[in-house]
Design a binder for this molecule. Structure first.
Ligand code: MHF
Ligand code: KIV
Ligand code: MG
Length: 272
């Protein structure tokens, strides 16, 4: 017996590669909790990233380094409960994969088993080759992340554009080809020159997802709170704000305070 079920087709790792082949751009946004993920998924975003940017956006840390694997699993579990259509990718947090490939696999397995996420994302290329191999061998899809890799911020000291010099650009291209060869299904390219994004995207058959990587990436990703204008102090050039929720929410909340103080709320209809 068939029930009247909402029509949707799940996004898979394979459908993303097919989208690149067709020339259809991929949309990706972060979400860290149930309510936000419900809205993002209902708006037909292809990929939802449970990013370690939760460390900044949810917990208020200065960097992504402090967030733990347990905390990432908590966020991912909440997101998974809300999602019907999108592919859900979960960041492996700093410290959960860098020491050795076995630990990397254990961390990836915990994410898959405990949250129900569909894939994991790791920052780096050649340096994490063995870990990527091991995770893929276990049947867990892996998304790469090259260019500005926030988990290595203390190695670089700044969030400036990466791979502007020839040598770093060549390494990035080699890393992208390596990740493709290993079997990754997509690669995030963060804050690199548009011309390099173009070159990388043309050199590999798996999709590139840009954030500050320009128009030639096969898809785009943003932190949802940035797009909605909730993080009003974060203003990189690559960010397009679609709302100014920081101000809108602030005035709604001020109005509530005013209404409580003036005894306008609750009124006769809003009580029993
Ligand atoms: N809210 C938020 N949005 C993000 O995109 C994001 C996070 N948090 N946390 C984790 C990483 C860090 N990311 C970043 C951080 C800084 C810049 C950046 O462009 N910062 C400065 C410029 C710094 C410089 O040029 O030295 C800026 O213009 O805001 C970009 C991406 C991307 N990720
Ligand atoms: C900015 C994206 C790519 C990310 O890794 C995150 O949100 O953690
Ligand atoms: Mg991240």
């Amino acid at each position: 017996m068939s029930t009247a079920k909402k029509e949707y087709k799940r996004v898979t790792v394979k459908s993303l590669v097919d989208m690149k082949k067709r020339g259809e751009k991929i949309s990706m946004l972060t979400a860290y909790d149930y309510s936000m993920a419900k809205i993002v998924d209902s708006a037909n975003v292809d990929v939802i990233l449970v990013g370690d940017s939760a460390s900044n956006v949810m917990a208020g840390h200065e960097t992504t380094l402090p967030i733990t694997l347990d905390q990432m699993i908590y966020h991912a579990t909440s997101v998974i409960r809300a999602v019907d259509r999108a592919l859900v990718v979960v960041d492996l947090p700093f410290g959960s994969y860098q020491s050795d490939p076995k630990e990397a696999l254990r961390s990836a397995i915990r994410i898959m088993k405990e949250s129900g996420g569909h894939a994991v994302k790791l920052e780096g290329g050649e340096e994490i080759k063995e870990s990527v191999k091991k995770i893929l061998k276990a049947g867990i899809p892996v998304m790469g992340h090259l260019g500005l890799t926030p988990q290595s911020i203390y190695k670089f000291g700044t969030y400036t554009v990466r791979a502007k010099e020839e040598e770093e650009a060549e390494k990035l291209i080699a890393d992208a080809k390596l990740l493709e060869k290993l079997g990754c299904f997509a690669i995030v390219l963060e804050k690199i020159p548009a011309a390099l994004t173009k070159k990388v995207s043309e050199s590999i058959s798996i999709p590139t997802i840009g954030i500050g990587g320009g128009k030639h990436a096969d898809g785009q990703v943003l932190v949802i709170h940035d797009l909605l204008g909730m993080t009003h102090e974060f203003n990189p050039r690559f960010l397009r704000r679609y709302m100014n929720l920081y101000e809108e929410m602030g005035s709604a909340i001020s109005q509530y305070v005013t209404d409580v103080k003036s005894m306008d709320f609750p009124n006769d209809e809003e009580q029993y």
